[in-house]
Design a protein around this ligand. Structure first.
Ligand code: NG1
Length: 398
């Protein structure tokens, strides 16, 4: 453990930390904006994480501090209704996690915690879920709780809605259940995960568009809007077909062509676009899993490209910058490239054969980053290759 970080904890709390949680961010290879409709996705846990040092307290207070420059700390009491800080405040992820741990697990012992992240924030790599998961794991530890991680991932997906986004459960599932060296095939309703090995000559490249996604702002409304539109489309098509009002997307997709025909009759505008995206993306995820398992990386890359087109065209969550980033990576030899996470800025993920990584890096530096004033995107942290990592851990500090 980094001695400087331990010293920083001591400086702030006048005592040594007892444990550290490491919770990874994630990049989603395919399956954009469908987890919240209960459809499967294929993320990878990153080798960049949120680190949270903590020590138990004897009372029910949580004191939360961060090493991130310019962000104030927070202090609150554990309770069934924890008041939130202002919209967009980082501590809301800790507050939401704590409230959920009180409601669902009855925790009453607080802690002092210090967050230090190697995961950039607001770039679509799920630093928010990693923080919420880390805070909950810390609270579980100081309250001596044993957790079933599958069940816990479901709880955390709901917990994060405290901040106002109506997210699905992908980020929390991969953070808690990933296996190193593997992508994670995540199914919902009920939640199950299946690790799929990534070939050793394949690289997962992550490139930040330099546009931040502040989920507390416009992006939050836009994200929730996509979810509402998708739900509306589902309800209209199901009702047209005389299906039960609580029919899921999975059940509707199983109806095959009839569902597509019904959609063509009853949907228009953005609801039609959402429906097209959701149904086609679900098919692409299934095909992508088969392609990855059979080592057909060209097909996998093509499916990622098609996913980006659908997110851009049907769901309208891309930006001109993301489109350009994706185009440069593909031209330079990526097998496939797409926006990852919610979109509206943030990052793109590219699958690249190991021997083409240098070409892709060089093209992105020259054609995308340098014209935007970033001379060396790798040292700036905007461009990196990730090793697929394992799930969040809690370690005792000696
Ligand atoms: P981001 O905003 O990139 O962490 C969000 C959702 C995911 C998923 C993706 C889009 C949260 C916590 N995460 O990810 O569940 O819906 O968008 O595929 O809301």
């Amino acid at each position: 453990m980094d001695p400087q970080l331990i010293a920083e904890f001591r400086r702030r709390f006048r005592a040594a930390p007892s444990h550290v949680v490491r919770a990874p961010g994630r990049v989603n290879l395919i399956g954009g904006h469908i987890d919240y409709h209960g459809l499967p996705v294929l993320p990878v846990a990153l080798d960049r994480d949120v680190r949270l040092l903590f020590r138990p307290r004897t009372d029910g207070v949580v004191r939360a501090q961060t090493c991130a420059a310019g962000l104030a700390g927070a202090s609150f009491e554990l309770a069934t209704r924890i008041p939130s800080a202002e919209l967009g405040d980082w501590s809301n992820y800790v507050r939401g996690a704590a409230q959920s741990m009180v409601l669902e697990r009855g925790v009453d012992r607080g802690l002092d915690l210090l967050v230090n992240s190697t995961l950039p924030m607001a770039v679509g790599l799920s630093s928010s879920s990693a923080l919420a998961v880390a805070a909950s794991l810390a609270l579980a530890r100081v309250n001596d709780l044993e957790l079933d991680r599958v069940e816990f991932a479901g709880q955390m997906a709901v917990a994060e809605r405290y901040v106002g986004t109506q997210g699905g459960g992908m980020d929390q599932a991969v953070c808690l259940l990933a296996l190193a060296g593997h992508a994670v095939y995540v199914e919902f309703l009920p939640l199950t995960v299946r690790p799929i090995a990534l070939p050793s000559d394949l690289r997962v490249v992550v490139a930040h568009s330099l546009e931040r996604v502040e989920k507390s702002g416009v992006a939050r409304a836009a994200y929730n809007d996509r979810r509402r539109n998708g739900e509306l489309a589902l309800a209209l098509v199901a009702s047209h077909l005389g299906l039960a009002p609580n029919t899921s997307y999975g059940e509707l997709i199983n109806q095959g062509d009839i569902a597509r025909q019904a959609a063509a009759q009853v949907l228009s505008g953005s609801a039609a676009g959402c429906f097209r995206h959701v149904v086609s993306e679900a098919r692409r995820v299934a095909e992508a899993v088969a392609a990855l398992e059979s080592g057909d990386l060209v097909t996998l890359g093509g499916l990622m490209d098609a996913s980006h087109e659908s997110l851009r065209e049907n769901l309208e969550v891309s930006t001109p910058a993301l489109d350009e980033l994706v185009a440069v990576a593909r031209r330079a030899g990526a097998l496939g490239c797409r926006l990852t996470g919610a979109g509206f800025g943030g990052s793109a993920v590219a699958l690249v054969a190991a021997d083409r990584v240098d070409d892709v890096y060089a093209a992105l530096a020259k054609e995308y980053y340098q014209p935007r004033g970033v001379a060396d995107p790798v040292s700036a942290g905007s461009l990196f290759t990730c090793r697929a990592s394992g799930a969040a851990t809690v370690e005792t500090l000696g």
